[in-house]
Design a protein around this ligand. Sequence first.
Ligand code: GDP
Ligand code: IMO
Ligand code: MG
Length: 427
Amino acid sequence: MKIEVNMGCKVLIGTQWGDEGKAKLIDYYSGKVDIVARYQGGPNAGHTVVVDGRKYVFHLLPSGIIQKNTKCVIGNGVVIDPEQLLNEIAEVEENGYDVRGNLLISDAAHLIIPYHRVFDGAMEDNSDKKIGTTKRGIGPCYSDKCLRVGIRVGDLFNPGYLEARLKETLAGKNLQLTKIFSKSEFELKSVKEMLVKFRDEIAGMVTNTQYYLHKSIDEGKTVLLEGAQGTALDIDHGTYPFVTSSNPTIGGALMGTGLNAFNVDEVIGITKAYVTRVGEGPFPTEDLGEDGELLRKNGAEFGATTGRPRRCGWFDVELLKHAKRVNGLSNIALTKLDVLKGFPKIKVAVGYKLDGKKIDYFPTGRIDAIEPVYEELDGWDEDIMECTSFNDLPENARKYVEFLEERTGVRASIVSVGPDRNSTIVR
Ligand code: GDP
Ligand code: IMO
Ligand code: MG
């Protein structure tokens, strides 16, 4: 018997260490789809959309929320900070958008309770092996999910269960907070009040989003899945332990929405024309010299969530090949090509050496021992932000894109040449 499943789902995934420009492309595509759904991560994400010079930064709201006819979903795989979400909803509504009319929130999504943030900060501050987390409570919240003591959106509508769960959980948390980290206790009353206020605000938006997404696809609607973070930050396929606590890769997209592999017709890898990373951890092509500084300055590489300077370096072919294998990339959108203007020579890490031997894969457990092998390409001096077709680009910019395609075996079907929605070249 043949399985009949409707397609219509595209997935946008970061292929590096996050901040690849995912939100810009989500916004670009979201005018062409019916639904945009976030599938993992939480307010550690900082997703920037620029429309006609106006900048929006989303942390929890899907980046399709400023498209008037697009429904948005926060999927079951996302961890939600109630106060952050309410603030974001209020901010976007102040700008004239109908968030409440367009947003659905999974009843199975887990909640970041204020103690999660305190644990995140305290663990970082007390560790000799800092991850450099965003201190948004992400790791502690996903840990509670796995321990099966987390609080889910749906639990807010079951007061008896919520009270009992909170009481039991708080007792344990308070003991750890006070005895191990010398922090203050959390009071049941204030946590409960905050959650009840949140419940009342979101009640009309909560649903079984897994069923909603399947039903929509069966009705012929199109869905775009929005990843947060990136492949090298994946808890399984990234540079553990310097990773986030979820799966930004394709498996996470399915797990975090309840859609299945047969629903997906395209996986688009969002890829910066160079590489950046925020926080600690190995980064083989990092440039600690003047060039790295120039990339940070020209690319305005400062975290959209924490404001931290992003570490900058050169394009890494093996990293993209890793992202291609793990996610099954159909193609990539190459972003921030404009930032490379003015470099006489542009370096590309075309391969790796490990223990003196050439290897042809991304060894997630031994990335700190990697020696990148570089080639240099000629740069260009022209400003390319106004270019609207691939042929408008200077010859060396076209050669750079074609070189990356040839070495990685993935086609760049979109080239982004500026932060604005319109600075997008489709090939
Ligand atoms: P995300 O987390 O992947 O959505 O990316 P961020 O929003 O954290 O960081 C990407 C930054 O680059 C944002 O400030 C975007 O406005 C900006 N950006 C996106 N695409 C381009 C591009 O093609 N050129 C330039 N110059 N900036 C871009
Ligand atoms: P977007 O969606 C870049 C990094 C943090 C830290 C590690 C773990 O904007 O691309 P966490 O708070 O998740 O426990 O931190 O992951 N990190 C990101 N880096 N972009 C992000 O999101 C990130 N989200 C988390 O800096 O190194
Ligand atoms: Mg970001």
